[in-house]
Design a protein around this ligand. Sequence first.
Ligand SMILES: C[S@@+](CC[C@H](N)C(=O)[O-])C[C@H]1O[C@@H](n2cnc3c(N)ncnc32)[C@H](O)[C@@H]1O
Length: 205
Amino acid sequence: MPKTPWNDDYAAGDLPWDTGQPDPRLVEFIESGAIVPGRALDVGCGTGTDAIWLAERGFDVLGIDLSPLAVDQARSKLGASKLRCRFAALDFLAAAPAEPPFDFVFDRGCFHGFDEAEERSRFARRVAAALTTGGLWLSLIRSTEGPARDKGSPCRSALDVISAIEPELEILELRSIPSQIESARAWFCLSRRRPDPEGPVTRSP
Ligand SMILES: C[S@@+](CC[C@H](N)C(=O)[O-])C[C@H]1O[C@@H](n2cnc3c(N)ncnc32)[C@H](O)[C@@H]1O
């Protein structure tokens, strides 16, 4: 089993982000009807709670995570369910996920983990490449706004977020929201893949 900080966290059960419940901002977004069920990718899916919830709402979901232990736990959670939901261990910065294109990409706390601006840009580029034209990416990002925090994942400013994402996708909404797991702020960032100058890629049926 590879030794990575994330894998170590999963081995130790040190998972403060893992509430065991679908993220309420994701739930609100999907239940608003902003996107109809289609093919979805959860990047940095952890133990799979949000991916499984999306599959229960009719999405065909691929959850990927760098940590093989997280993927094992997600697969256990899914069990023998007949849901259209799969999990794979993958470094999203290093390799494109199988089965593109996706209509919806979701990440909760993965994009914000990269300290280098180049890595965040690469992440956004990979999201754009994985999406259909017009496909949506919802990213929930730890924010620099609010009380200072001395532990947990790094925080990102609005400028960090926009600098990485705007060149690659059209930002539709960047909203400061309360963090779900601490008394601080987060960003709700919704962006859309622009039309492809090489020709359209249509949404899957
Ligand atoms: C803060 S956790 C959030 C997990 C999950 N989204 C949740 O909300 O429970 C960040 C996740 O991103 C994963 N991750 C970090 N770097 C990654 C990469 N390069 N490719 C894929 N996943 C990555 C970690 O293994 C970890 O599971």
